[in-house]
Design a protein. Sequence first.
Length: 252
Amino acid sequence: MILAIMLVAGSCKKNSNDSSANKTSYLTLRLTDAPANYDAVNIDIQSIGVQVDSGWSNFNLPNPGVFDLISLSNGTSLLLVSNIGVPAGTINQMRLHLGNNNTIVVDGVSHNLQTPSGQTSGYKVKMNASIQPGASYVVMIDFDASKSIVKEGNGNYLLKPVVYGNLVANIGQIDGTVVPSTGGNLASAWNATDTLSVFINQVSGYFLINSLVPGTYTVKITANSPYRDTTLLNIPVTLQHVTHLDSIHLGQ
């Protein structure tokens, strides 16, 4: 009888552990950036919080430190954390917790970047994404540096982050090549609810616009003189798919 009780107890414990494991989702978090007209925007990221339903999970970065947002554009992204376990449910938001070494470089001159609340409460990343038990997801965190920097009247620079988060499974992309490669400066895609931009590679002419929610977009190439801006209409974006545009020849 004692042996039978021990076997039943062991079985219940095992089932309980299995049940707990089955309620866990796994996240890999990557950071990317929309372009901005600065030499560098250096952000000191130390940890990240994830809110699923009403509960929070907090994670220190395995390699915390200072990262230049300007380098994370046109399809480039930075791995923040990999395969972290959180409860299954709905991700409502994330928070980036920053250190003190935040700077901006403008015309070759470095300035301290003031972050009023980033070190304490963290900067909110709005999300609304369902994650299933036992499944793995990649989250793309899009930090819009151009909208996040405020220059004050006294010449100081303030960081008021505009940050978005999406499951890669819930977004698509648009890419293309501008001809000539130096003819275009900026590629932008927008619709009624979403606007994203990237700088065009001046060597290859290539651009990739990331983190687009499925829908129909207008794409505009902002040209360098003496070339003219070019606009493309009704460009479709679908889940987990790159919409490839033909070579975009710019006229003068």
